[in-house]
Ligand binder design. Structure first.
Ligand SMILES: CC(C)(COP(=O)(O)OP(=O)(O)OC[C@H]1O[C@@H](n2cnc3c(N)ncnc32)[C@H](O)[C@@H]1OP(=O)(O)O)[C@@H](O)C(=O)NCCC(=O)NCCS
Length: 306
């Protein structure tokens, strides 16, 4: 890939023109399979496909297919996404593809020309990475008690987290695997023991909502730097309101508090993933100040790529 450097630089310019919050285009991974395609005007585009399998009982398998082919497109400023996706489809013909598999591409949400190509190849916008820059705190009338969760709260944190997993599995990327409860229990116990930023909202002493968050640094060389402007970010991993209590303002109160606290921890903004087909979160998050930065285009199983 002699022209890879030129494509990365051109792609960075494309990203900057599309959306001021996008970081420069990432360098391609060294260990993937390289695809190239020639366009009608003689320009060449490239892409790198990386292939990953996730362990059974890993937390990743609760939101991902077990085996993923991910394409990192390098199309510079061209309209070469369609040609590249055609190459990718041909490459997949050489692979042994099972059922619990996916093709995945992360691409800037505002690139509507590329969106057309993804749709034409059978990919769907299953998730978006949405961001909210730090903003002045909005004081809401507080009817709930909101507090940091401790290791003693493991059972209720687990219950709320599993409620979100189950809801999202109907309208998004998560999968309720047979061992989901045990896998989540292990991960949450560790996060609570490490005093991760996790909050519970209580009404009359009963926990009705959870916000499970983390602090993520986007610095040169980190995975986050490929997605976010540099700085310290609050990551909102899971927000869940008890099924019977949804739609009554609980999520809004909890998230306002979480923003205030994460900003107090020195973050420049917050980010999260939501699923556009989720009729609650796709309305809720934009109302809380979030907007799409990256769209995660996906097709399951991977053999369904057209
Ligand atoms: C998404 C969720 C956290 C929102 O919390 P909530 O307490 O139900 O939401 P609120 O009552 O605070 O409503 C806030 C906004 O969400 C939207 N909303 C709430 N219920 C809605 C519904 N049934 N349909 C569409 N929009 C709805 C509204 O825009 C509302 O704002 P508005 O009343 O000012 O218009 C909660 O519904 C939930 O746990 N859903 C299931 C799990 C989930 O999807 N989690 C998010 C994964 S990213």
């Amino acid at each position: 890939m002699t022209s890879a450097r030129g494509l990365v630089a051109a792609q960075s310019a494309r990203f900057a023109a599309l959306d001021p919050l996008l970081p420069p285009a990432a360098e391609p991974p060294l260990d993937g399979h390289v695809l190239t395609a020639a366009l009608a005007d003689g320009a060449r585009v490239a892409g790198v496909v990386s292939h990953q399998s996730f362990e059974p009982r890993s937390i990743t398998q609760l939101w991902s297919a077990a085996e993923v082919w991910e394409l990192l497109p390098l199309i510079g400023t061209t309209q070469g996404m369609d040609a590249l996706l055609t190459r990718w489809r041909k490459y997949l013909d050489t692979q042994d593809i099972g059922e619990d598999t996916a093709c995945v591409v992360h691409w800037p949400s505002r690139d509507t020309r590329a969106a057309r190509a993804f749709l034409d190849h059978g990919l769907v916008p299953l998730s978006v990475l949405a961001v909210r820059l730090r903003a002045p705190h909005q004081q809401l009338h507080r009817t709930l008690t909101i507090r940091r969760a401790t290791p003693n709260d493991l059972e209720v944190v687990l219950e709320l987290s599993l409620a979100e997993l189950e809801y999202s599995s109907s309208v998004g990327s998560t999968v309720v695997r047979p061992d989901a409860a045990a896998t989540k229990r292990r991960a949450l116990a560790e996060r609570l023991a490490n005093a991760s930023p996790i909050w519970l909202a209580e009404r009359d002493g009963i926990a009705v909502a959870l916000a499970e968050c983390a602090i993520v640094s986007s610095a040169p060389g980190t995975a986050a730097a490929a997605r976010l402007p540099q700085g310290r970010w609050g990551y909102v991993n899971c927000v869940s309101v008890l099924p019977g209590a949804r739609g009554t303002g609980i999520g809004q109160q909890l998230v306002a508090h979480v923003h205030q606290e994460l900003h107090r921890m020195g973050t420049v903004g917050t980010y999260l993933y939501y699923n556009p087909p989720n009729p609650l979160s796709s309305v809720f998050w934009p109302r809380q100040g979030y907007r799409p930065l990256w769209t995660v285009w996906e097709v399951r199983p991977a053999s369904a790529l057209r």
